[in-house]
Design a protein around this ligand. Structure first.
Ligand code: 5AD
Ligand code: SF4
Length: 338
């Protein structure tokens, strides 16, 4: 049964659910073996590194699961200056990393022009790809940033279940989030989306829909990451996602989505000390090391005990060695013809 599904080119929702439900040891092994074959065929053995700068932890949103939510008044808030951001970009570039991810909460104190200026300064000084991860912004801003040189935009859909989406995001609509992703793609951004796994009331069917939404959106990157309960949020007493389940989702997503970038996320490394290695062996081909200066890093507390390494490169090389993989040479653009 499982083997028959694994041999199919395009999987139906029912088939995806069957894979996600697999419990038998041999079946699960077959899923991992297939995911590894698909990863090797479409991505090779190269792992792309994306250096993250979390430049502001201010956020106008109140997502029920997130420690940066506006109503969390116990968090010390910070904004990095343009100079600090450029300095950090230099550290990333000098580490040999070829993509910078500029990440923040939804912080409108950084105006469209501020972000444009930062993009231009980075692009002028370094031959490096830029991913923006700033939440939902004005459509006009997306356009200006693209023209200023931004290459990619990461905007997770979080859950493809419209009811749960509105629950987690205080009445906001999944439809609107998807519209933003369509628009970003139409501007020529390489787009990234993805989910959180293990949120309250989420079902296996919902996870299958997350994978299918990524397929329908034709995303270039897709992140499947565990929910970790965060103090001072409405979901602080909920259960953390199960590592093995997250790894299974990554494997099934690789089998279904094929030529997309999939990260072994920091959240996965946080709930399992070998999370990155396990993620790479379950179908992932991207790692996103954190370069936020140590004075600020602890305040970017989306969830607790976030795995951070002071000087990430040696430990990353060790991870790649364990997983039998190598650092990618290029900027790691989309695996699709864009
Ligand atoms: N656990 C794991 N990931 C989280 N995020 C937000 N809160 C949590 C949490 N409690 C993720 C969301 C968002 C990104 C900024 O952080 O998926 O896209
Ligand atoms: Fe803000 Fe993003 Fe956290 Fe939501 S998930 S509260 S938008 S930082």
């Amino acid at each position: 049964m499982i083997q028959k599904i694994l041999n199919r080119k395009i999987l139906s929702k029912e088939e995806i659910i069957t894979l996600l439900r697999a419990q038998d040891r041999n079946d699960i092994q077959a899923i991992y073996t297939k995911a590894d074959q698909v990863r090797k065929k479409y991505c090779g053995d190269e792992v792309h590194l994306r250096g993250i700068i979390e430049f502001s932890n201010y956020c106008e949103q109140n997502c029920l699961y997130c420690g940066l939510r506006k109503f969390n008044t116990s968090l010390t808030r910070y904004r990095m200056t343009e100079e600090e951001i450029l300095q950090t970009a230099r550290t990333i570039y000098e580490a040999g990393i070829k993509t910078i991810v500029l990440q923040s909460g939804e912080d409108f104190d950084f105006s469209g022009e501020d972000i444009t200026q930062i993009i231009k300064s980075i692009k002028k000084e370094f031959d490096i790809a830029i991913t923006l991860s700033l939440g939902e912004r004005d459509f006009a801003e997306y356009k200006i940033w693209r023209e200023a040189g931004a290459d990619r935009y990461l905007l997770k859909h979080e859950t493809a279940n419209p009811k749960l989406y509105s629950t987690y995001h205080l009445g906001q609509k999944l439809y609107d989030r998807v519209e933003h992703l369509h628009y970003l793609k139409s501007l020529g951004y390489q787009i990234g989306s993805g989910n959180l796994i293990g949120l309250p009331n989420q079902s296996i069917e919902d996870i299958a829909d997350d994978i299918i939404l990524c397929r329908d959106l034709d995303v270039d990157m897709a992140s499947f990451s565990p929910f970790i309960p965060s103090p001072m949020t409405p979901y602080q007493n909920q259960e953390q996602a199960d590592v093995d389940y997250v790894l299974k989702v990554i494997a099934v997503a690789r089998i279904v989505l094929k030529n997309v970038h999939i990260p072994a996320t920091t959240a996965l490394a946080t709930i399992d000390s070998n999370g990155r290695e396990k993620g790479l062996m379950a179908g992932a081909n991207v790692i996103m090391p954190n370069f936020t200066p140590s004075t600020y890093r602890n305040h970017y507390a989306i969830y607790p005990n976030k795995k951070v390494v002071e000087n990430p490169m040696p430990s990353l090389l060790n991870t790649l060695f364990i997983a039998g993989r190598k650092i990618a040479e290029g900027q790691g653009h989309s695996l699709k013809n864009i």
